[in-house]
Design a protein around this ligand. Sequence first.
Ligand code: ADP
Ligand code: NI
Length: 218
Amino acid sequence: MDRRRIIEKADEFVRGVLERDSSGHDWWHIHRVRETSLWLEKMEGPADRFVIELAALLHDIDDWKITGSDLLDGPQQARKWMVSSGLDVEHVEAICRIISEVSFQGAAVRTPVSSIEGKIVQDADRLDALGAIGIARAFAYGGSTGQPIHDPSTEPVEHRSFSQYRQSRTTTVNHFHEKLFLLQDRFNTETARLIARQRTEYMKEFICRFHSEWTRNA
Ligand code: ADP
Ligand code: NI
């Protein structure tokens, strides 16, 4: 299969799996990450646009938030799909590595990315967790897992490890402090970092207003 055909097939495959997702990891999240990644490559490249596009398309197929798996054995569904599509081993390994490296794993856990293509996809994925869309996705995710919107008796936690982050029961408002407000300092590219700062300001304003309304001062 030529590269264009592999991208078309990956698009069909991922669309089929995530089309009905309501946890914020739906097909349109993948679509935005793909578009943002390709745009970031233009701003920050050169990098391999085929690797970027395929990694962006496949990056959430094995996400533990959707599958319940923990990625210890790597992104199995993505690997299986790439091998069965006849993609060469070098590309399969490069893309599996990116998928394993992109995810946030808790406040105190460093998640360095080893390739320029991975840095770009990680930045695009993180931008989609911020701003107006980020707010919408956070509450969609919280609703999909039965998590409360807010509980003034619980404080945000600084997660020291991936297992602590993964197992924690939190509220969506606390998630802003536990992850979303921290992301702006963890971008790889200058272009994404600038956008992240603006989107974070907007989210901080939102949370500020949320608390004002909660305490009936505004
Ligand atoms: P990552 O790749 O870093 O795991 P994703 O792109 O998979 O991030 O998206 C995670 C999305 O799910 C984000 O928009 C994030 O806000 C949301 N999310 C994850 N955990 C929670 C949570 N406990 N409460 C609310 N939203 C969450
Ligand atoms: Ni994602």
